[in-house]
Design a protein around this ligand. Structure first.
Ligand SMILES: [Zn+2]
Length: 294
């Protein structure tokens, strides 16, 4: 655990956790790690420094960000904050594999990587100021990676941007973005570009120096993917036929979890291309086909 600036700290897990420490040594956590085990580790790290968990803010409902919620809520009694749609997923985690599989999921998908333990969200947050323990935070909607992904700016002017941006180092090895809504994600990149904050902290990648370059790299990663999809859709393609092409092109690792996550992102891209009239979708020969327009 180390100080980022002033009273804003971070715990460097694979999915990092933010900590804002109040003058009375109570603290606000930003996300809770990937599982109960990470929840326990967070609690231990904080106890060593005599910090008590007062509140927990979730950027979104993915298991690596809210997997420690249940443990921390039961152990510390902390109040949990999240946006309304993310709260629905946090409280009903079956919705995550359900949306990825589009029905009651196969048991293999009900695992800790996709389905965190349920926890109770006490406060639904909207874009606004948020006062916790008489301290002012700013809530910033950053949708796209998930439906209602949300960032939070601490009084030290550090934006915890969750997964709305991925570090350049990670994208170089894994040139793919997990997205639920491409159009909203493009708006989010513009929001981030016009933002005036001292520093941005990413759950995967930590503090970032060159924000403009980072946003541009994320934007170009998405554009590369969309361009490739249009390229392969110069002939009619089924969605299940496009996925292995994408996996091969971008050299992505694949297992059952990855398959449904990549398929969800691919679906988000196909929706975007159809909704912006760059592609169209139709049925023929008992199949659903996508093809580039014009
Ligand atoms: Zn995520």
């Amino acid at each position: 655990m180390h100080v980022l600036q002033g009273n804003t700290w971070a715990i460097n897990f694979p999915c990092a956790v933010g900590v804002y420490v109040f003058p009375d040594n109570s603290c606000l956590l930003i996300d809770s790690g990937a599982s109960k085990a990470f929840g326990r580790r967070i609690h231990k790290v904080l106890e060593k420094r005599n910090f008590q968990v007062r509140s927990l803010f979730n950027t979104h409902a993915h298991a690596d960000h809210c997997g420690g919620n249940r443990y921390l809520q039961e152990t510390t009694g902390c109040e949990i904050y999240a946006s309304p749609i993310e709260a629905a997923f946090i409280e009903n985690p079956i919705l995550i594999p359900y949306t990825l599989f589009s029905a009651n999921p196969i048991k293999a998908l009900k695992n800790k990587y996709l389905m965190p333990e349920a926890s109770q969200v006490d406060f639904r947050v909207e874009e606004d100021e948020l006062f916790i323990n008489n301290t002012r935070f700013k809530i910033l909607p950053l949708p796209g990676h998930s439906l209602e992904h949300t960032g939070i700016i601490t009084p030290d002017d550090i934006l915890f941007a969750g997964d709305s941006l991925i570090s350049i180092d990670i994208l170089k090895g894994f040139p793919f973005l997990y997205l639920a809504d491409v159009e909203k994600h493009l708006d989010t990149l513009n929001t981030l570009k016009s933002l005036d904050v001292a520093q941005i902290f990413l759950s995967h990648g930590g503090l970032q120096d060159n924000i403009a370059e980072l946003i541009d790299y994320n934007y170009r990663t998405l554009m590369n993917l969309l361009e490739y999809l249009l390229e392969v859709m110069d002939q009619p393609r089924e969605r299940e036929e496009i996925l292995p092409l994408v996996v091969q092109k971008f050299n992505l690792p694949l297992n059952r979890n990855q398959y449904v996550l990549i398929m969800a992102s691919l679906s988000a891209c196909l929706s975007y291309l159809c909704n912006t009239k760059q592609a169209k979708v139709y049925t023929e020969n008992n199949s659903l086909f996508f093809i580039k327009r014009g």
